[in-house]
Ligand binder design. Structure first.
Ligand code: ZN
Length: 366
């Protein structure tokens, strides 16, 4: 029995008022719906991830994601998803709206913990505004401390939700309503303010993200009888880079640039060179804790610009595979990475092919 994350991305965005469906507009360098997919996959909490969409999605770069067609209304889409999952041994489903791109792994973990003892768990926030409601032309006060604004993901025992949907004839706006209509118990847990919903095009205008820049530099001496690694890939060459690790100057400069933008010290803070624990470590393994920091602190990489400073190997020959490797290590699109080559007129150590240097600038947003 495993858990499934269902991402609803089939809405018609009636309130969004743009010619594009909002799930596909670009938000922080990615289509809106991709943010939650990535978080769900990175959380490693789900065996199965289901994307419900009415638009044909040609290529989905996330493993373990199935795409199915949605329905006319939200509850029809959920029903399609539940039918697709029938007989697939699913224990719990987490149903999430694509319009909430700032889902966090922390909230997913909190939901999972609460599902151990409850068959329905829904995140909520209290209202920050005073609330009134209209009843027969009369406006009444509501105690805002007793108002729950529900968020998604809403999480349920699969079989229980499946059966409630099977007998449901009404139009519902979320699964919590279906539970309440049937007098079923829900465990409400405090949600996350960042996990807000993008409803109108104006919402996007208010979401000004902060941008941070980082710079990194590295140089290593070339020595015989060592393999050369640049950007995480092995490059055929007569020498390799001397160092505590594989000496990958590109990845080391990237690590420093990313840490710089996050204001988290430098590569030496993470990997002290006097520690034998990291001896001969591959630099791509040094990048992983940095990727984790980016994810956990909600940063997105805007772009990375790299200058590789050496006489040889020629950058034009290795550009494609180096960019491809960095893109896969950082899980970002290749179009966000640029690699330039620079020779030094045969001057000095670098000019004599006794060393390779690299400088990197990156930009992150949050
Ligand atoms: Zn280095």
């Amino acid at each position: 029995m495993s858990d499934c994350f269902i991402l609803l991305s089939a809405g018609k965005s009636k309130r969004f008022k743009s010619k594009h469906n909002k799930q596909f507009i670009t938000y922080k360098n990615k289509p809106l719906f991709e943010h939650s997919l990535k978080i769900a996959q990175d959380s490693k909490l789900f065996k199965k991830i289901l994307l419900v969409s009415n638009k044909k999605i040609k290529k989905i770069k996330y493993k373990s994601v199935d795409v199915i067609k949605g329905g006319i209304e939200r509850h029809n889409s959920t029903q399609n998803a539940l039918h697709f999952l029938k007989n697939k041994k699913i224990k719990n489903v987490y149903i999430h709206d694509a319009a909430r791109p700032n889902l966090s792994i922390n909230l997913l973990r909190k939901l999972k913990n609460n599902l151990k003892k409850n068959s329905a768990v829904v995140p909520y926030l209290n209202s920050e505004n005073s609330v009134k409601y209209k009843n027969n032309n009369r406006i009444n006060n509501l105690n805002r401390d007793k108002v729950l604004l529900t968020q998604t993901p809403q999480c349920f025992n699969f079989n229980e939700l499946f059966n409630l949907y099977k007998n449901n004839k009404e139009k519902i706006t979320d699964e919590a309503s279906l539970y309440l209509n049937n007098n079923k118990k829900i465990k409400f847990i405090l949600g996350d303010k960042n996990n807000f919903k993008i409803t109108t095009i104006d919402d996007l205008k208010y979401l000004k993200s902060e941008t941070y820049y980082g710079i990194g530099f590295d140089i290593h001496r070339l020595i015989k009888n060592k393999k050369l690694f640049l950007g995480g890939v092995k490059i055929p060459y007569h020498s390799g880079l001397k160092g505590h690790s594989d000496g990958d100057v590109i990845l080391h400069a990237i690590i420093d640039a990313l840490l710089g933008a996050m204001r988290k010290g430098d590569i030496g803070t993470l990997f002290p060179s006097n520690s034998t624990k990291f001896k001969n470590i591959r630099s791509k393994n040094m990048l992983m804790p940095v990727v984790k920091l980016i994810r956990e602190n909600n940063f997105d990489i805007n772009n990375i610009d790299i200058n590789l400073i050496c006489e040889n190997p020629k950058v034009s020959k290795i550009r494609y595979k180096v960019i491809k490797s960095i893109s896969s290590l950082l899980s970002i699109n290749k179009s966000l990475i640029n690699l330039k080559g620079k020779t030094v007129e045969k001057l000095g150590l670098i000019g004599n092919e006794q060393a390779i240097a690299c400088e990197v600038i990156c930009s992150l947003s949050r």
